[in-house]
Ligand binder design. Structure first.
Ligand SMILES: [Zn+2]
Length: 323
């Protein structure tokens, strides 16, 4: 690292600390951040999408009734304005516009096979996404993730996974959409494929589930990182296991609070996880639903005295480190 880089880094840290202390989102927006748990079709901001569509999109309620309640609200309230291929493409565009607005310098977004097919297949999908990346934030390290919903037909997905992974486009694999719906063992064949292509292995686990669920998923699928994983905070032993094995947790505070998986911001388990030596990052999950952009997530955790400015800065830098 040369002197200019060090100066830049120092200035960015100064801005970050000022932004937190002064409760100033505008300052924080200028500081490089990462977002590595981002569902691409819900990664844009409500304001941006509303402006593009010329409508006033409804704000979310303070709390949802779990994942199912969230899905129901999204389907009935937001989706009617932006469904089908055009709607998804617009929301993808908005996710990159948000990355630009928010100075997100490392961005991992996930995409499902159904969405890729809706876009017109892998070639057309890649062209679209690469175009948005170039247009909005060409300097951002972009790491596309392939994601499977928990109730996927695994045999069918296995029969077509090579056509997605052989493109070399994807950097990681994920499973989402309900961790209690089937045994993690069922996903072994998909994760074996991911290994063949040297993908980072992630999964949504320990969001609604327990510490033991997190350890089992890491053991059985050989996960490198966990999306959420907050359930691990219930067990010293599992936290030690995660810290010893350097398993990173990609945490999404607003999502956890609004879905009722954390009782409040103040009581968010990220504090315990961090204090137990686990590598954590802070992420948006579904910005279009939870309505809290990445700089705001840092601000809330600071304001609620969950973590200090120095701790939050360390987490920010951790997220910027390319896997
Ligand atoms: Zn998620």
């Amino acid at each position: 690292m040369n002197k200019t880089d060090n100066n830049d880094k120092g200035l960015q840290e100064e801005l970050f600390f000022e932004g937190l202390a002064e409760n100033d989102n505008a300052k924080l927006l200028k500081v490089p951040m990462s977002d590595i748990h981002n569902h691409s079709t819900k990664g844009c901001s409500r304001n941006w999408l509303g402006e593009q569509l010329g409508v006033d999109l409804p704000a979310p309620p303070e709390r949802f009734n779990g994942l199912a309640g969230m899905q129901e609200w999204f389907t009935s309230t937001i989706k009617p304005y932006c469904s089908g291929r055009d709607g998804i493409v617009k929301r993808w565009e908005g996710s990159f516009a948000e990355a630009k607005r928010n100075n997100v310098m490392r961005l991992a977004m996930n995409f499902g096979p159904a969405e890729i097919e809706l876009a017109g297949g892998m070639a057309e999908f890649m062209l679209l996404i690469k175009g948005f990346h170039q247009k909005y934030c060409p300097d951002t390290v972009f790491e596309p993730e392939i994601t499977y919903v928990a109730l996927s037909n695994i045999d069918e997905e296995l029969s077509r996974i090579d056509q997605y992974l052989s493109s070399g486009f994807f950097r990681s694999i994920d499973v989402c959409g309900g961790e209690d719906l089937r045994p993690v063992e069922d996903f072994r064949p998909l994760y074996r494929k991911a290994e063949e292509y040297h993908l980072i292995k992630r999964m949504h686990v320990g969001e609604s589930g327990t510490a033991e669920d997190v350890r089992r998923a890491v053991d059985i699928l050989g996960l490198d990182e966990v999306h959420h994983g907050i359930g691990a905070a219930e067990s010293k032993e599992v936290m030690r296991f995660l810290a010893d094995n350097r398993i990173q947790l990609n945490v999404c505070p607003s999502s956890n609070v609004m879905l009722g998986y954390a009782s409040s911001y103040k009581a968010h388990p990220i504090k315990v996880l961090y204090e137990n030596g686990i590598s954590v990052t802070i992420n948006t999950d579904d910005l279009l639903i939870f309505d809290s952009s990445i700089e705001n997530e840092y601000l809330i955790l600071y304001r609620e005295c969950v973590l200090t400015a120095a701790q939050l800065n360390e987490i920010r830098l951790n997220g910027l480190r390319t896997a």
